[in-house]
Write a protein that binds this ligand. Structure first.
Ligand code: SF4
Ligand code: SF4
Length: 194
């Protein structure tokens, strides 16, 4: 790698770090007035599967325990149901805060989030192409990008079950239409400018 390439890489890394810090500060501001009442945890349908409860995660955010936050899978298990947001007595935008943590993990390309980041990326790619997710295409792209032959094997029983109930279309999985290209392009421009 020549000096110019090294400088470019460094500049990009610095820019990424700055953006990550900015986003983390935003998450902290979003939960600044949390009073640790635990209503979010009690309301969360996925809390049973999380390593840290939502309430505890917000505590870690306020204490700036970055390593602990990004070793947790709590935010990746958030399904954006908005129960916690609706029920928080402080009116905090908790679902958006979870989404920001997901965004940071994806930007940082942290290995422990590779699976969920690729799942999300390929889901959105399918939506971009067709205006809705096409299951066969989505899973095909996901398996290709995971580069692990054991991953598809885990999904065989579920795939068979869904196909037997006619829940999965067998149409050309990679047919491209670009239905939402313009919308996605605009969002990318907005994110790049943030
Ligand atoms: S419900 Fe709101 S105030 Fe209560 S612990 Fe959760 S974030 Fe904090
Ligand atoms: S939005 Fe996420 S964190 Fe909040 S209750 Fe739903 S799944 Fe849990």
């Amino acid at each position: 790698m020549n000096l110019m390439q090294k400088t470019k890489t460094k500049t990009k890394t610095e820019k990424d770090d700055q953006l990550t810090n900015k986003l983390l500060t935003s998450v902290k501001e979003m939960v600044q007035t949390c009073m640790q009442c635990g209503t979010c945890t009690a309301s969360c349908p996925n809390a049973f599967a999380m390593d840290y409860t939502p309430r505890y995660l917000w505590r870690l955010v306020l204490m700036e325990k970055t390593d602990e936050i990004f070793h947790s899978k709590t935010f990746t298990l958030c399904s954006s149901c908005y129960y916690c947001t609706l029920r928080c007595p402080r009116g905090l935008e908790l679902t958006d805060a979870m989404a920001l943590l997901k965004q940071i993990a994806a930007r940082q390309k942290l290995p422990q989030y590779k699976q969920s980041s690729l799942f999300y990326k390929n889901f959105m790619e399918s939506v971009r192409r067709h205006g809705r997710v096409r299951e066969m295409e989505f899973m095909t792209l996901y398996f290709i990008t995971m580069k692990n032959p054991l991953v598809p094997l885990r999904f065989i029983p579920l795939g068979m079950k869904l196909m037997s109930k006619g829940k999965v279309s067998l149409g050309n999985p990679l047919k491209r239409s670009g239905a939402l290209n313009a919308v996605f392009k605009k969002v990318e421009e907005l994110e790049a400018g943030s």
